[in-house]
Design a protein around this ligand. Structure first.
Ligand code: SF4
Length: 291
């Protein structure tokens, strides 16, 4: 599926085909299917934008994937920061009270209302580093104008159940395509695709302390990797009074309570409506996180 944009000329062949690799379920499936030729030509590169705070099992899966794919996997980071989104948040909290990049939940202690803060992390840690790497791959410097006769195809791993996340790139020289949508594959269809294959199954990919986690994922982190859960709890403790307004308390969990105080198993037992487990990625991200 193609979204035409502006009057950029997308005729002919793209200069590069780039597979955006999050190393989660959808993008791993897309990468392995591409490797088998399911989408025609192979991508020239897969690019993994590393926030530096993915779960250990995602990094292990990425290493395994690199060994499977016939095309190179490149890793890029936000080159202006420390290399770890967690460390950057710690530095920001220590430096000054104010803007943080992760969309924390905020409770106003006067009104008791809970809202969610702005999200800049996907752009700063994923989209911009990937675009910068692509510019370098086509031989351009950071601020050099992109030649109008060149365009790059970027394969984004969104499945049919997350189709609302399909967005054209803000860069006119990038034409996003969604190969899993074209194959009418849901996330479950991606998981089913592994049946009978000798492939390692991917896990959900997202930053360890991402506020978009649902309770099932928080519980998994707490039970399976308590050391990673503790890292998230420490950041959660640290951000509490980081807003300029002293009436605002920040949290990683949507309930607006300290993460370490939550009994997730109890919450999951009480779950009545599916929207309690609404995955915020569906509304907020651009196919770069959680896939
Ligand atoms: S996974 Fe969450 S915290 Fe990490 S970059 Fe994406 S939205 Fe931000």
């Amino acid at each position: 599926m193609v979204m035409a944009k502006g009057n950029w000329d997308y005729s002919g062949e793209p200069k590069l085909r780039i597979l955006s690799l999050g190393a989660g379920v959808q993008s791993s499936t897309m990468a392995l299917m591409a490797n088998e030729g399911a989408f025609g030509p192979l991508p020239d590169y897969a690019i993994f934008a590393d926030t530096g705070w993915e779960p250990k099992k995602v990094y292990e899966h990425l290493d395994w994937l690199k060994g499977q794919l016939k095309y190179p996997v490149l890793i890029c980071k936000n080159h202006l920061k420390s290399g770890s989104i967690k460390q950057d948040m710690i530095d920001e909290v220590k430096k000054e009270k104010g803007f943080l990049h992760i969309p924390f939940f905020a409770r106003n202690t006067k009104t008791n209302k809970i809202g969610i803060g702005p999200r800049q992390c996907t752009r700063n840690y994923k989209i911009t580093p990937i675009n910068r790497r692509i510019r370098h791959l086509v031989g351009l410097k950071d601020r050099q104008r992109f030649p109008r006769d060149i365009w790059v195809e970027v394969w984004v791993g969104i499945s049919t159940d997350e189709a609302m996340r399909m967005k054209p790139s803000r860069e006119k020289w990038v034409k996003n395509i969604w190969p899993l949508i074209d194959k009418k594959m849901s996330r479950q269809a991606c998981l089913d695709w592994y049946e009978g294959k000798n492939y390692r199954r991917p896990a959900k990919s997202s930053c360890v302390g991402c506020p978009y986690h649902d309770n099932t994922l928080w519980n998994e982190i707490k039970v399976d990797t308590p050391e990673e859960f503790e890292e998230a709890c420490q950041l959660d403790d640290m951000i509490r009074d980081s807003a300029r307004n002293p009436d605002i308390k920040r949290y990683l969990h949507r309930k607006g309570v300290p993460l370490r105080s939550i009994d997730f198993e109890e919450l999951l037992k009480k779950k009545k409506k599916p929207e309690d487990q609404l995955d915020l990625f569906n509304n907020e991200c651009e196919g770069m996180c959680g896939v």
